[in-house]
Write a protein of this length. Structure first.
Length: 642
């Protein structure tokens, strides 16, 4: 009886990379759990995100949110690797591929894993092209990575972050786990959009031909053809070629070759192949599923039976992959695409334009915020174009130096704030006001971080900023609890943590107090509350139909509205009094000793008594935009009697 062949050869090169990737991801997760100041970026080198971002940039001139040149270059390097060698990323690096392959081996050990073939295999392969189309379509349309909504890797690694659609993700995770356990390479062969994109690179001549035809139709013939049709044509061509051809075109440069004179037909190569390809019956493996893992070459017991281009260089694919990664990182470090690139000036203006660059703008964090920034700058006279780089919070601004200078641009970028951080009691006595100049302060996100620093200890009531270099800042505080030295230390803290529980976030801060004012000022608590009070004024019930001669006003003191908590109820009170068709205006203001509410009404439609009864009602009937009405307890008492 022939003894069972026991082959203990190990593909160390592949396993070393896979274990390294797994260890790095494990380290990031563990550190994230125990280090509140650490926020990992699980998409730093994501090639599918880079491909989507590049598509978005080419189609609508914007990058998908949070993507950078690093992901784009890695996507390009993946394409180069597929075209010249094979799907090396899928074989050596992809976390989902690693997990599902190991899970599949467990299924094989229990003898429950099945390899789908024939028509069912062809039909199921279409799923990943459908997902590829959907993913790229919605990403380019919104400049937001649509794959985040269902990607099992992103969902698990980020703990189902806000970008994840929990319902989609749970379905995908369940299908991936159970599918991979029972069906060979279920995710990679049938569902992975990146796998579909990689296969399209393997059919590069057809892909290039479709791009060329689209360019000729749009740029040369002048036909208005939406990018939707280009995406659809590429996905459809990839699907047809994969189903009908099952091998790449012209390339790759490396192939697994079998020498039939040495091969003993032991079929170990077929058994160890992750995709169960018929290596033992092929002279040269050119199947589209072969990702050059070289497990078959490593495990082959007959020296020379299986080779890579006639050489037993099992280290070569892993080495090429590392070269591509290192090259990609070096290129990305020296090259950058903007999140948005918007220009509205004329060609003549750009000939004499100057460029202003600034980093540290934490408001620039995605496509939406970058677009808002560009819209803001478009209103500034003399500014003619904007590039924004969300990954490093930077902008590049083109401007006409004859109209505006860098100082004025910085002032246009700056957003002053006047925030109450805690509410003093009206009878507490004196509040101190300190004046400071703060460096490393750029935008509203910095204002938010400063406010969080100032509330780390009790005693600060508010902050007010205005543009300056450094930024002029007034801090309102209780002199019984704090002094200027302590406030300065709070501002210059190296980091701040905000939020609670799982939502807690720690962020580095770099504020420096450049100067302090000549002296501390003092004001009464009531004067501070009056200063912080924000008037609220609304007109309604067809108020434009009436002139001043047809209207009257009723004024009602509301001393309790000194408290900010009550001021937030003014919109509710306004909605309630609008139920009286004769009331056409609402004004909440504080110009005397206490705040008051002034209602404008039409005497021919209502009376003061009716209005007073309405505002003193125990319930407020509040109308919502969807037509619904809700009732709330009336928090106001007013200093009037019905």
């Amino acid at each position: 009886m022939m003894k069972k062949i026991r082959n203990k050869r190990v593909n160390y090169y592949r396993l070393a990379i896979q274990y390294t990737i797994t260890a790095l991801l494990g380290y990031m997760l563990i550190r994230w759990i125990f280090d509140s100041g650490y926020t990992p970026d699980f998409e730093t080198y994501c090639p599918i995100g880079g491909m989507q971002s590049l598509s978005s940039y080419l189609a609508i001139n914007s990058l998908a949110c949070s993507m950078s040149s690093m992901q784009i270059i890695m996507g390009i390097m993946l394409g180069v690797g597929v075209l010249l060698i094979s799907k090396l990323f899928c074989s050596y690096i992809c976390p989902i591929g690693i997990f599902t392959e190991w899970l599949g081996r467990l299924g094989s050990r229990f003898k429950v894993r099945y390899t789908i073939t024939g028509v069912a295999d062809s039909v199921l392969r279409s799923l990943k092209y459908i997902l590829l189309f959907i993913t790229f379509y919605f990403t380019v349309s919104s400049s937001e990575l649509f794959c985040r909504q269902f990607d099992p890797y992103y969902a698990v690694m980020t703990g189902f972050s806000k970008d994840v659609n929990v319902y989609y993700a749970l379905i995908t995770i369940a299908i991936t786990v159970f599918g991979s356990f029972f069906i060979r390479q279920f995710w990679c062969k049938y569902l992975c959009p990146l796998g579909a994109a990689a296969n399209i690179f393997a059919f590069a001549p057809v892909f290039i031909a479709i791009l060329l035809i689209y360019w000729l139709l749009v740029s040369v013939a002048g036909i208005q053809l939406h990018w939707f049709w280009l995406l659809g044509a590429v996905c459809l061509a990839g699907l047809i070629l994969e189903v009908c051809r099952r091998q790449g075109m012209y390339f790759p440069l490396l192939r697994i070759n079998r020498n039939p004179e040495i091969c003993t037909n032991c079929k170990i190569c077929d058994k160890v192949c992750p995709y169960a390809l018929p290596v033992s019956t092929s002279e040269s493996v050119r199947h589209i599923d072969c990702h050059m893992c070289v497990d078959c070459v490593v495990k082959c017991p007959e020296k020379g039976a299986l080779t890579i281009n006639r050489r037993r260089w099992t280290w070569l694919p892993a080495s090429i992959l590392l070269v591509l990664i290192i090259a990609g990182m070096l290129i990305a470090a020296r090259w950058e695409l903007p999140t948005i690139n918007v220009r509205w000036g004329s060609a003549e203006q750009f000939e004499t334009a100057a460029i202003y660059e600034q980093e540290g703008l934490k408001d620039i964090k995605c496509f939406g915020s970058a677009s808002s920034f560009a819209t803001q700058m478009q209103k500034v006279e003399g500014v003619i174009g904007v590039q924004a780089f969300a990954k490093r919070y930077a902008v590049k601004i083109w401007y006409d130096p004859a109209v505006i200078d860098p100082h004025a641009i910085r002032e246009a970028i700056f957003a002053p704030v006047n925030w109450m951080l805690a509410e003093p009691s009206p009878d507490m006595g004196q509040i101190a006001v300190a004046e400071l100049g703060i460096d490393k302060f750029f935008d509203s996100q910095d204002a938010f971080l400063l406010s969080e620093l100032l509330v780390t200890e009790p005693g600060v009531f508010g902050m007010e900023t205005s543009f300056g270099e450094p930024v002029h800042t007034f801090v309102y505080y209780d002199p019984q609890l704090l002094d200027l030295t302590r406030i300065k230390a709070m501002i210059e803290a190296p980091s701040v943590t905000y939020g609670e529980g799982e939502e807690a976030t720690t962020q580095k801060t770099e504020f420096k107090v450049a100067y302090t004012g000549p002296q501390i000022r003092f004001m009464s608590a009531v004067d501070y509350l009056k200063k912080a009070f924000k008037p609220y004024s609304v007109r309604f019930n067809e108020s434009e139909k009436y002139n001043s001669a047809q209207t009257a006003t009723i004024e009602m003191p509301v001393a309790e509205a000194m408290r900010g908590e009550l001021q937030r109820w003014f919109p509710f009170l306004m909605s309630h009094v609008s139920n009286d068709d004769g009331v056409i205006g609402f004004l909440a203001e504080w110009t005397g000793e206490v705040p008051f509410v002034r209602l404008t009404y039409v005497p021919s439609l209502t009376t003061p008594e009716k209005i007073k009864s309405l505002v003193l009602a125990p319930k407020l009937s509040v109308h919502y935009p969807d037509g619904s009405v809700r009732e709330f307890d009336n928090p106001f008492t007013f200093s009037i009697k019905p």
